[in-house]
Design a protein around this ligand. Structure first.
Ligand code: SF4
Ligand code: SF4
Length: 253
């Protein structure tokens, strides 16, 4: 990860990187992630502490050792473990092993997913998941690829199948002004959600800028620099439209 504000543009990282992954041109420092082997040399060499390797490899046993420290707390609060990301389904085998381990200890499990996975993946995991936190962004499949890179067909079909099979599901709909907060999308979302055989709740999540700083640290371009969070009034209107479909709605969560 790269913290631009700390960087003094000294060029040391470019000099020490044996892979030629870093370029410092004027004020612009960029890292080619295809070339980077995560060796950590640039992190050690960066006097300004502008570079950092985030994340580490762990085993299921190591994760469980941390989770189990809080078992007494889960028992008291009725809580459990939420496996999130990124996208947890990308690490399917690890996720499955972790879910099984949680299940053996009778720990409640939630998986936070965008739903873009093969049905085979979800089918293998689903019996070990107590609750799906399922993201739904845009109903119009003609526009969905523009903002997410993929069609929503698989996402909607997987959701339908999980619901039909009786799984507990909380739908999570981020409200992004100018992208999915229009009346048509909200009504189509409401109609689709209301037709699901089983749905515990629909959470509407007001868009926020939390991703902007993260994008900068990952040396990526933030796609929505001009977008502002929706007003309280607009959120209230959206909730009213969705409640018109008889759905249990919550703002946030
Ligand atoms: S070594 Fe650190 S401070 Fe120097 S250019 Fe690279 S990231 Fe910036
Ligand atoms: S961590 Fe990546 S960018 Fe940094 S020195 Fe190693 S290969 Fe180069």
């Amino acid at each position: 990860m790269f913290r631009e504000r700390r960087c003094i543009r000294c060029g040391t990282c470019q000099t020490v990187c044996a892979q030629g992954a870093i370029s410092v041109v004027g004020d612009v420092v960029s890292t080619d992630r295809e070339k980077c082997t995560l060796c950590g040399t640039c992190v050690e060499a960066c006097y300004a502490e502008a570079r950092e390797i985030v994340g580490r490899e762990v085993t299921v046993a190591e994760v469980m050792a941390e989770i189990e420290q809080d078992i007494a707390f889960y028992d008291q609060s009725g809580g459990g473990v939420t496996l999130s990301g990124g996208e947890p389904l990308v690490q399917r085998d690890f996720l499955l092993a972790l879910l099984r381990a949680c299940q053996e200890k009778e720990i409640h499990t939630a998986v936070d997913t965008c739903g873009f996975a093969t049905w085979e993946t979800l089918d293998r995991l689903r019996e070990h998941v107590d609750l799906f936190l399922y993201d739904l962004k845009l109903m119009d499949d003609a526009r969905h690829p523009k903002f997410t890179g993929v069609s929503n067909e698989t996402i909607l079909r997987n959701l339908q199948r999980l619901s039909t099979l009786g799984h507990d599901i909380i739908l999570r709909v981020p409200i992004i002004p100018g992208i999915n907060d229009d009346e048509e999308n909200i009504r189509r979302t409401g109609a689709f959600a209301a037709a699901l055989p089983r749905l515990n709740q629909l959470n509407v999540l007001p868009y926020h800028h939390a991703g902007a700083d993260k994008c900068s640290r990952l040396n990526r371009i933030y796609g929505l620099p001009e977008t502002r969070p929706p007003s309280d009034e607009r959120m209230f209107e959206i909730v009213q439209i969705l409640q018109g479909f008889g759905l249990p709605i919550k703002i946030g969560g």
